[in-house]
Design a protein. Structure first.
Length: 221
């Protein structure tokens, strides 16, 4: 397992370089606000951005058109039904400026393994039997870190995210980690916070020991 330096002491966004994608290393990284982000022709860099994008659920913005789509949608939403299909769909989705190309075979294998071990999760959007959208990410000790999303029908990825947020709220969560700001996330109300604030928030939320997925713990009698 790779042991990472403290992100609080880092000068830049890249914390470390290394090719270790074992479950232990990924788990250690995410629990300390670090994630791998492969770049072409470079050794695998591990990031903890100085400006971190997050969505506080109290600041979520759902536009009128998307609200209308939510109200009239006939989609079915599931969680963890088709993780590998979702990550492969994210990998094959064309994005601006080459985004998404970083989800190569090694990443797919590593995160699928992490899913089987209970740390990586997916949301699926179905139109009858067809997978038309979804997202995947990591449970970083009670904090959900989003990794990638895709859609094959209009707004399906946004609806997947809204379904996830509703699920997380029901489990006691108040925010999620978007990692890097994108226009898509900004439109939904995401904002950037400084790395020290993010790391404090991560630790504070982890201390609550939220169970984001799986069976809810039974209440004391």
């Amino acid at each position: 397992m790779t042991i990472f330096p403290d992100p609080r002491t880092a000068r830049g966004d890249i914390i470390a370089i290394g090719e270790d994608l074992s479950s232990e290393t990924l788990r250690e990284a995410y629990r300390h606000g670090i994630f791998p982000w492969p770049h072409d022709e470079l050794p695998l860099p591990w990031f903890s951005p100085r400006r971190r994008a997050v969505i506080f659920f109290s600041e979520l913005h759902v536009g009128r058109t998307l609200r209308r789509t939510m109200k009239h949608s006939s989609y079915e939403f599931t969680i963890d039904r088709a993780f590998e299909d979702v990550i492969r769909a994210c990998a094959s989705t064309s994005r601006r400026e080459g985004e998404g190309t970083w989800i190569g075979p090694e990443i797919i294998r590593a995160y699928t393994r992490l899913h089987r071990e209970g740390d990586a999760h997916s949301v699926e959007v179905w139109s009858r039997q067809d997978l038309v959208g979804g997202l995947y990410g990591i449970d970083a000790g009670g904090v959900f870190t989003g990794e990638s999303m895709f859609h094959r029908q209009t707004d399906a990825s946004k609806l997947a995210l809204l379904h996830l947020i509703e699920h997380l709220q029901n489990r006691g969560a108040a925010w999620l980690d978007c990692q890097i700001m994108t226009p898509h996330m900004r439109a939904l109300g995401a904002r950037e916070i400084p790395r020290p604030r993010f790391l404090d928030l991560l630790e504070e939320t982890q201390a609550r020991a939220l169970r984001l997925f799986g069976e809810r713990p039974s209440r004391p009698q």
